[in-house]
Every structure is written in C-alpha cells, then in structure tokens.
Design a protein around this ligand. Sequence first.
Ligand code: GDP
Ligand code: MN
Length: 378
Amino acid sequence: MVIHEYQAKGLFKDEGIPTPAGYAAETPEEAKCAAEKLGGKVAVKAQVHAGGRGKAGGIKLAATPEDAEKAAEKILGMSIKGITVKKLWIEEALDIESEYYLGITLDRSNACHVLMASKKGGVDIEQVASDDPSAILKYPVHRHLGILNFQVQDLIYGLELSPVQSKGFTDIVLRLWKLYRDTDCTLAEINPLVWTKGGQWTAGDAKMNFDDSAIYRQPGIEKLIEIVEEDPLERVARREKLAYVHLGGDIGIIGNGAGLVMTTLDVVQKAGGRPANFLDIGGGANAQVVSNAVKLVLSDPEVRGLLINIFGGITRCDEVAKGIAENVRDVRIPVVIRLSGTRENEGRCIIAETSLIPASGMQEAAEKIVSLVKEGGS
Ligand code: GDP
Ligand code: MN
C-alpha cells in the first residue's frame, strides 16, 4: 500500500521531521491560491504513485502565483508512467545546497530492516545504486533494538556531515525510524533529503509504503489510502480482502492461486481475449468468498464474460461450485467454468444444474469464453 508525497509529508510533519510548507491542489486556481499563501517561489509537484516525476516533467518551479497556475495547467492531466495526474502538491521552493538520500526499508533476505543513506541523493539514486553501490551506506536495523547510536555516528562520518549538520540529521534518522516502525512501513524514504543554503535540513520528497497485512491495525493509514485509491473496484476488493487487480478488459477472471490466475490471464490473452482483472480467491476459499469474488467481478461494467478456473487442492470444487451457482442465477453474460481436483465430480453435478458452461481444461475454457464474448459483442 502506498500513499502520496503530500500525505507522507503530513506524517513527517506530525513526527517532527522538517518538511517544506505546502498545500494540495486539484485545479490551476487552487494551485495559484496555494502559491499566494506560500508567497515567493514554489515547486508545483504531480502527485502520482511513480518515481522519476522530475524527469518526466511532473515537477515545475514557479516564480509567481500566475506561473504556478500555468505550471498546474500543464501538469494536471499529464500522464506519468501511465498514471494521469489529478492532484498537485504546491510547496515552497527550496534553496538547495546539497541533496542526500535517506531511507529505511525491509530487507527480506536478512529478515531485518535496513537503514540506507547516501551523499549522492536526488533523481539519479537508482543509477548510483547500480554504478557505485559503495556510495550507498547500509546498516541492518533490529525491530526492537532500533537504530543504534554507533550506527548513526558511523553514518555521519560516512556522509562527511559537518557538526552543524549532524545534530539535525541524527534527529531526522531517529524520527524516521520511529514513524516507520509505528506505522508498519515497508519503506520510508526521503530523496532528496535537502541541506539548504540557509543551513537547514528538509525533506524534499517523501515516499512511504505500508505492509498490507498490518493495515488492519493502522486505521489512520487506511484512511489515507482510501483517498488515493482511485479505482472503485479495487477499493471494494480491499475491504473484502480479495486479491484483485483491475486490468480494464472485458473478460472477468477468477481462479485460486496467484500462479494459476496469472497463467489464466496469459492463456486468455493468447486466445485473443482481454482479461478484465486478476482475482485470486486463494487456497481453501469457501462459498462465501467465492460469492463475494463473483459479485465483485460482475460489478465491473466492462465485463462481458466470466472465466472461472479452479484447481482443487485445499480448495474444494463443490464449495466453489456452490458459491458460484448461487451468484450466477440471474447473470446474463456467459460464464465458463473449469473445475479440476478435489471433489470435482460433486462440483460438476452442481454446475450441471445451472447455466454455467463447463470446460475440461484451461485452454478449452479460454477459447470458449473468448469466442462467446466475441459473439455477444458482434
Ligand atoms: P521525483 O523525481 O519523483 O523523485 O521527485 P522529487 O520530489 O524528488 O524531485 C526531483 C528533483 O527536483 C529533486 O531531486 C530536486 O533536485 C528537484 N526539486 C524538487 N523540489 C524542489 C524545490 O522545491 N526546489 C528546487 N530547487 N528543486 C526541487
Ligand atoms: Mn524523489
């Protein structure tokens, strides 16, 4: 789960991490108004879940409120890595002396957290990481012990910070760690962490990702995600705890197991169809979960056919069949189902009494649904 820069900066501010003053805006007029309130030069920044906004033209500096309005006109509606910009963050422009990188993330292979920092921060940090990995300092962090004093000292030495810079820096590192831990982050990153010409630290950018599995105990974060999650179907899916991704085609896909669902997407695509979604109901799904899944996929107005691909292992085919049969009674679009594995015969008996179209294999199922949707559309 991710949030926008402006929201992460809000959390930074509450935690006492210095951030530039700013306002969110959704129209050029709001951007102008924000620039007036800030006074002086501002940065107009696209709020999208993608890095490299600066290079993509999603960040512009503006000297006057009128310039900010014009910059906002240009950036709103722009597409950055396939995402349309709908929101801006207008903040006071920074007088940058130097740009550092500071981040904490989960290190899955070592089963700990890792603190990372570099004096080569800014837009090319990925390049630095691949060309000159030694320029990024890394320290393992124990969840309960936290960041230790000697690590911060070592970091200050490695970054060659001056005594004036050191105090504020230590404070930021410790506060970032506290925020990271308290909100169940998987990533909290400041890039660039700016040292201004005026001799102050401030977070030039802010990026935070959160552990999906811990969101239940982070109501404050969940509210922030609600705001940024633009796809209404994905919002419903998250509430119902369904692993769903909206893809935009017209053939709904439901299966059990991420690998099986991904394969199904490929097979449908190869058969000439356009999958509407990814939906994995997982192992051991019961009739209720199946019913929720079917309802969700059918609530997508683009969907003109549904393919259900179940391989029964822990999941019982008859349970799935029950959930589906109850939900497709009044459905007018074609639904093709492939059931294989545990209790498949019982499952097939339930299906035989419905309007569902059985298929014996994945390939056959894909071909059937693709041709039925094409017929329906012509
Ligand atoms: P990203 O490209 O998505 O990572 O967006 P950032 O917020 O990190 O901005 C990219 C770059 O734009 C930064 O590294 C800065 O060099 C520059 N930048 C961002 N905000 C300001 C600002 O307020 N003033 C100035 N002078 N430069 C900025
Ligand atoms: Mn950045």
